[in-house]
Unconditional design. Structure first.
Length: 109
């Protein structure tokens, strides 16, 4: 297992995805944010089944920076209850993980 993770969030507009990506990379909270979309999401919200077009953000970061990543997403995110999920990176290319680590700010102590 590594100290890295991928954080996932979705937004309704590509521009919102770009704002989140820019904020995270500029603050060195993410080495890379990939934006995929549009995708179709089906979910239950306030008792109704909804279907919506969304944009998926795949955020490459470290476990130590997760709290700051989550705070930044909440500050930029237009949804009342945004999806924010973190998935551990259990293995990866040595060269890529070294690059990723070099892109991230040292965690606050």
């Amino acid at each position: 297992m590594t100290d890295f993770m991928q954080v996932i969030t979705t937004v309704a507009q590509e521009e919102d995805a770009q704002h989140i990506a820019q904020a995270l990379v500029a603050a060195q909270l993410a080495g890379c944010v990939q934006i995929i979309g549009p995708i179709t999401s089906t979910y239950r919200w306030q008792g109704d089944i909804e279907t919506a077009q969304e944009w998926l953000c795949l955020i490459k970061t470290s476990r130590a920076l997760y709290a700051q990543v989550e705070t930044t997403i909440h500050a930029q995110h237009p949804y009342e209850t945004p999806e924010i999920l973190a998935v551990p990176v259990i293995a990866g290319s040595t060269d890529y993980l070294a690059w990723l680590g070099a892109q991230l700010q040292p965690p606050e102590t």
